[in-house]
Design a protein around this ligand. Structure first.
Ligand code: GRF
Length: 194
């Protein structure tokens, strides 16, 4: 049975787009279907891209809402979709235990650094400012901490000879795009087990 997934975004959604392409025509085709693309921000590019790809979309602003209020409304919204996995792709809102317990061991995230070295937002800035010779893109399950959950895999991004933050982001994002679908394939096929 194909896994039913919801992809959560907050912005341009380039990872969502690449994952959706893998679902439509690539390595995720027989393993899952995207039943919903959800954004906590209205009017973002990723929502339009998802709709253009024929995907169902939903949006609920999280701004000015208390965490529990937002998440209990989100849980209600998701209920009818019978979602197996939530795939975070640039979702810029920390999820509280209320949500995480409802989808325990079924929420996956991509983080643009080694999660043991750097957690939270601004990972590419961190790598750039600290002149890191490389960074590592991490795909991990989400637990109740921030970027602390079990690691599915990491991919190295060489940063030697890279002089601008823009270049760091471009190189990193390219690896994110290559790696996320592959990591999801490992999970949904059962090749990777928690
Ligand atoms: C990516 O760098 C992702 O790793 C981070 O936020 C960025 C989102 O980019 N969590 P996009 O919306 O997928 O283009």
């Amino acid at each position: 049975m194909k896994k039913r997934i919801a992809v959560f975004i907050s912005g341009r959604g380039s990872n969502m787009t690449v994952v959706a392409e893998s679902v439509q025509n690539g390595i995720l085709k027989d393993l899952c279907e995207i039943v919903l693309v959800f954004s906590n921000k209205d009017g973002v590019g990723g929502l339009k891209n998802a709709a253009d790809m024929g995907l169902e979309t939903a949006c609920m602003e999280s701004r000015f809402k208390k965490r529990e209020e937002f998440e209990s409304q989100l849980l209600q919204l998701l209920g009818p979709f019978n979602i197996d996995y939530v795939v975070l792709a640039g979702f810029m809102r920390i999820l509280s235990p209320l949500f995480i317990r409802a989808y325990k061991n079924r929420i996956i995230n991509i983080h643009p650094a080694n999660t043991e070295e750097f957690q939270g937002v601004g990972a590419y800035e961190w790598a750039f400012k600290n002149k890191k010779p490389f960074t590592e893109i991490t795909v991990h399950f989400v637990d109740e901490g921030v970027d602390t959950g079990p690691v599915v895999g990491r991919r190295k991004v060489e940063l030697n000879g890279v002089y601008t933050l823009k270049e760091v982001e471009t190189l990193g994002l390219k690896v994110e795009h290559e790696f996320y679908s592959e990591a999801l394939r490992q999970i949904f096929s059962g090749e990777f087990k928690l």
